[in-house]
Design a protein around this ligand. Sequence first.
Ligand SMILES: [Zn+2]
Ligand SMILES: [Zn+2]
Length: 411
Amino acid sequence: MLAPPRLVIDYEILSKYCTECTAAVRDLLGDSPDFAIWYEGHKSECQINLTGSSSSMEMEAAAILWQRSIKECNMCYTCILSDGDSKTFQHLMSLNIYGKGKPIKKEVCINHISKRLGTGLRSKVKECRSKGVCIDGKKVGSLKETTIVKLTNFYRKAIKDNCNDVEKMKSAIYATLYHCSSTDAKPKHSKCPNGKFSWCFFKRALANEESPESHSVMKTKLTEEVVAKILPVYQRLASNEILSRCTSGKSQNANESLHSVIWSHCPKESFQSKKRLEISVVTAVSEFNFGSLFTLKHVHQNTSLPSMQISWNHQKSRPLTVGEVVKVENSLKNRTLWSLARVIQFISGKDGHVRVARVKTETGELVRPVQGLNNLELQEPEIDLPKDLTDSVIRTRRRRKVISPKRLTNA
Ligand SMILES: [Zn+2]
Ligand SMILES: [Zn+2]
C-alpha cells in the first residue's frame, strides 16, 4: 500500500506452505495421534497463515491491512489502486470494515488500462482475420503491431494529461484516433487541441496562420475501414465508468519497483520459505523508504537476526595472528577449493593499520589483503557431548531415529 510521498506503510506476508508440516504429514501420517501431538508443539512456529486458495491471497491480505489500519493507527485507507480485476475491491466492499459514510474509491493503474487497449486491438485483428478480413497488412494505414503500440501510448498520454476531467480525457482519446485517420481530402482534427504548442501539426499550422502540411508527413495512419472496425474497442475503453477510475492518473510503477527490490533479495524462481521472504521484505521496505545506505547502517547497528550477529561478532573477535593457517579467498573458485596458506607477516601502511599480509602457500609466497584471508574455525572451543547422550537413542526433531554407522573393525 503506497501513500502519496511513496512510502510503504504496511505489508502482510501470507504463506500456504510449511516445510515442516509437509514433512511431518509424510512421515507421521496426517491423521495419526502422533501427528496431533507433534503439531501441538509446532503450532506456534508454523508458517501457514492462509488456508484458502492462492487467488484469494490478495483479498485476504487487503482485509488484514484494512482491519489493522483502524485498530493500530486509527487511520482509514481511502482508495485502492489495483490492476484491472476488482475482486479485492469487491471483497473489501462486502466486508464494509470502516462502516457506512467512509467509502473506498477504486482506482485503476493507467499502465494496465492502456495495456487493455492493446489487447483489445490485437484481438480485433484476430477476429477480423478469422472472418477473412485482413486489417493488419503491410499497406499504409493498416493496424500493424507498431501502430497498436503507438495508439496505446497515445491513449495512455491522453489519460495522464487530462486526468482530472473525464470529458476532456474522452475527447483527447478520440482526438488521437481521428487525427490518425485524417487525410488531405478529409481532415478530422476537430477534437485535436488548439494553439501554437499543440501536438497536432494541422492545428499548430492554423494557429500560426500558415497552410498545413500534407497529411503524408504523418507517421501513424489509419484507414477509415480500420477505424470503423476498432471504434467499438475505443468506445468500451473510453467509457465514463472506466475513465472515472483513472482520475488520479496513478500507475503502479512504485509497487513494481518495490517488488523488484524484494525479488532481488530472494529469487522468485526457486521456493522461498516464509522466514526468508520476511527478511527480504523488511529489508526491501527499509531500502525503499530510507535508501540502501541507511538500511545497511541500521541493520549492522541494530541487527536482531542471530545469524547476522554471530558472523559480525565472529569477524570482530578473531583477528588473524602470525603463524595461523588461513584460506585464501579466490573469487574464481568455489569456497571449498580455496587454497590453504600460513600467515608469515603483517604489513602495515603509513597510518599504522594492517591491510595486507604475506602468506606462504604450497607453491610460494603471496601478499593478500587481510579481508581476503579467512581463518579456519580451529581455535573454537570444542563442545564435549555428555557420554550418556551419545550412547542413548538420538531422535531428530521429526522423531526419526538416528542410527550411527557401524564401524568395520578387525575384532
Ligand atoms: Zn507448519
Ligand atoms: Zn489533429
